[in-house]
Design a protein around this ligand. Structure first.
Ligand SMILES: *Cc1c(COP(=O)(O)O)cnc(C)c1O
Length: 230
């Protein structure tokens, strides 16, 4: 029998703690986001009962169904998937964090559509750090302009950066990509983007390198919920 979600979760948390110690970072400086896309609400409930509070979803309709089904739980929801500009309203209304903002139009719509009764939506700008034209995300060259466009918009707070680097099995190559994102975050902070603190980077196959390079949030799916069949 394959290990249960609580067992997997415990194992990942132990690893994170080990990686934090190994690179001299304080314990619990990395927030674990359990990416539950394609997995049923019952699996999320199992992880929640084991103590996990932050969950990430990629597909909007699927995410909305789960948010509804799990509304009795105190979950912090992160939207980490691609954003179509005609689908921003339900994102603005139902999530706490959005990691995948890659153009001004999306930031503007999230700002307009965030209900004023809710706290501001925490947004991360998704940057392309792999120098591949096929990868989603704003280029590092255009990042400062996108960050500037978020200034003064009500209902959203530019809270950090996110990246999904091209898969690479070598630790040193993984580290190099993550270092580019950290540098970009540090530069934005120097330019006065004081709330731009988070670094959302690292997935099941590369989170050790991400933690070593300063990730504040890691997004783990497979290592917690098992393989996806879709
Ligand atoms: C699916 C997904 C993850 C989790 O990936 P795993 O390799 O299963 O850990 C993290 N971030 C994003 C944006 C994803 O789409």
């Amino acid at each position: 029998m394959s290990p249960s979600v609580p067992e997997n979760l415990e194992k990942v948390l132990r690893q994170v703690s080990r990686f934090e110690t190994k690179c001299g970072r304080p314990k619990r400086s990395v927030q674990l986001i359990a990416v539950s896309k394609t997995h049923p609400p019952e699996k999320i409930r199992e992880a929640y009962q084991a103590g996990q509070r932050h969950f990430g979803e990629n597909y909007l309709q699927e995410a909305l169904d789960k948010i509804h089904a799990l509304s009795d739980l105190d979950i912090t929801w992160h939207y980490v998937g691609p954003i179509q500009s005609n689908k921003t309203r339900p994102i603005a209304e139902n999530f706490h964090w959005v990691h995948s903002v890659d153009r001004e139009r999306i930031a503007a719509r999230l700002s307009d559509q965030r209900p004023s009764a809710l706290p501001p939506l925490r947004i991360l700008l998704q940057a392309n750090i792999s120098e591949e034209s096929t990868k989603a995300g704003v280029s590092l060259r255009e990042l400062p302009e996108l960050a500037t466009s978020c200034r003064g918009k009500k209902g959203i707070v530019l809270s950090g950066l996110m990246a999904i680097p091209a898969p690479n099995k070598y630790f040193e190559q993984q580290s190099k990509a993550f270092r580019r994102l950290k540098l970009a975050r540090d530069q934005l902070q120097e330019q006065g983007f004081n709330h731009c603190r988070e670094l959302s980077m690292g997935m099941s196959s590369d989170y050790e390198a991400a933690v070593a390079e300063g990730a504040t949030m890691i997004r783990i799916g497979t290592d917690i919920f098992g393989p996806r069949n879709s």
